[in-house]
Every structure is written in C-alpha cells, then in structure tokens.
Design a binder for this molecule. Structure first.
Ligand code: PEP
Length: 253
C-alpha cells in the first residue's frame, strides 16, 4: 500500500516570521494528521534552517523548492544539497514548471539535479506536466513520457523508490482550473505503466505519484481517491494552515 504524500509548495511567499507562524499553526493540529499520510512543507530557502529546527521530532517533513546540480563552487545565488541537508531538509522539489518556464530548466538539467539529490540522501519530488496547447493538440502523453524518461534517465530501481513524481498540468497551476479526477488518473496510470516498462511492476507499484494543480479542500478527496493518485503537491492552498490540513485530511484512507 503506497503512502499518501501531501507537500505544500509555498513558492516565493512567507518570510521567516510568517513561515514560523504557519508551521506553528499546522503543528497545533499535527496529531490529527492521518497515519497513512506524510505531510511536507516546502518553504523558501531563507526559512529552511529555522523550520528544520522547529520540526525536529515532528512527523511533518521539510522540503526545499530547488537545488543546484553542483556540489559547491562559484555559483552565485545557488544552494547546494549539503546546505539543504545541514538545515534538516529531507525532500526537494525539482523541475517545477515555474522553474522550467522562467529559469529555462531542461529535462537534462533536472536529471542532473535529481541524481545529485539522490546521491546525497535527499528525496526528489520531480515535476512533469503538459502545457495547455499541448493538451489541446492531444499530445499530453508523449510530452509527459518524454519528461519522465528525461528526468529519470540513468536512475536505478533503488533510486526510484526514493523518488516522487508530481504530475502537474501547467494549465492547472495557480489558475483555479483543476484537471478532472479522470483526466489526472489517466495520466498517472500512463506514468506508472511507463515506469513499469522502464524498470518493472514492483518498482512502479511502489512509486508515489502526486497530482498538482489548484488542489484545494473542495476537490482533494475526489482526486486522492483515484487509484493512481498517491498525494498532492499543493501551492496556494498550502499557504494557510486550515486549507493545508483539510487537504491532508482528505488523504485519509
Ligand atoms: C504548485 O505550486 O505546484 C501548484 C500546484 O500550485 P497551485 O496549487 O497553486 O496550483
């Protein structure tokens, strides 16, 4: 039975004080988090260290939103795996569509980052998803397949076990438009089948595939009840404790 993994992507919201307040508010209801759900918060870099301290001994996990493909060096503005780990970060979102769109990240670069994260004990949450014009042209499956193959290239079975894939149709991110549960389920099923072809069914059956794109308390339960949807990557609705906790509760078995 796969765990349900709900991660909150705070994007470029929440300064240090606001971050600590939000985590304090979530923690007030920490004991209500269903036992089958892993909850992760992914704040901006500036809040990682303080939240890493606050979350020691908590069931709530810490994730970053990006990471350098390099170990260290003269890369002004970049943050390495070692820096993330020193802040008690366990997960890292890689290849988010906003990074692909605004920072020109390619599947090749994302693959380097995924490998760097895995080689150094961080669990990547790797994002894939088609744009609106690609869905309209009926090429969702080949686009997503190319992304999945590209970001996972060269990974071994044991790497896949520590990797989460987040299917995030770009047209549904921050737009209020959600893929229907059936549309999302169809792509998740296709991704799992592809991973079974690339590895085998035992690897594919254990792979956690999150859905992301305007997930909120009102639509979370139906999305999460689909057989191949194992969690959610939540943007806007994760910025308030109540909304995030309601999505977490929707993941109860
Ligand atoms: C995201 O940031 O990954 C996301 C899915 O955002 P939203 O929930 O706001 O659409």
């Amino acid at each position: 039975m796969r765990r349900t993994v709900i991660a909150g992507n705070w994007k470029m919201y929440k300064d240090v004080l606001e971050s600590t307040q939000l985590v304090e508010d979530i923690r007030k209801q920490e004991s209500s988090i269903p036992s089958n759900v892993t909850a992760i918060v992914c704040p901006p870099f500036t809040s990682l260290a303080i939240l890493g301290n606050m979350l020691k001994g908590s069931t709530i996990k810490l994730g970053a939103q990006n990471m350098s493909e390099h170990d260290e060096g003269a890369y002004t503005g970049e943050v390495s795996w070692k820096m993330l780990k020193s802040a008690n970060t366990e997960y890292v979102i890689l290849g988010h569509s906003e990074r692909r769109q605004y920072f020109k990240e390619t599947n090749e670069l994302i693959n380097l980052k995924v490998k760097k994260a895995l080689d150094n004990g961080l669990k990547p949450i790797v994002c894939v998803g088609e744009r609106l014009n690609e869905r309209e042209q009926g090429i969702t499956d080949p686009i997503v397949k190319t992304q999945v193959k590209g970001v996972l290239a060269g990974l071994k079975s044991q790497d896949i076990e520590r990797t989460i894939i987040a299917y995030e149709p770009v047209w549904a991110i921050g737009t209020g438009k959600t893929a229907t549960p059936q549309q999302a389920q169809d792509v998740h099923k296709m991704i799992r089948k592809l991973v079974a072809q690339l590895y085998d069914w035992s690897v594919a059956d254990r792979l956690v595939i999150q859905y992301g794109g305007s997930v909120k308390p009102e639509n979370a339960r139906e999305l999460l009840s689909q057989p191949d949807i194992d969690g959610a990557l939540v943007g806007g609705a994760s910025l308030k404790a109540d909304g995030f906790l309601q999505v977490i509760h929707a993941g109860k078995n």
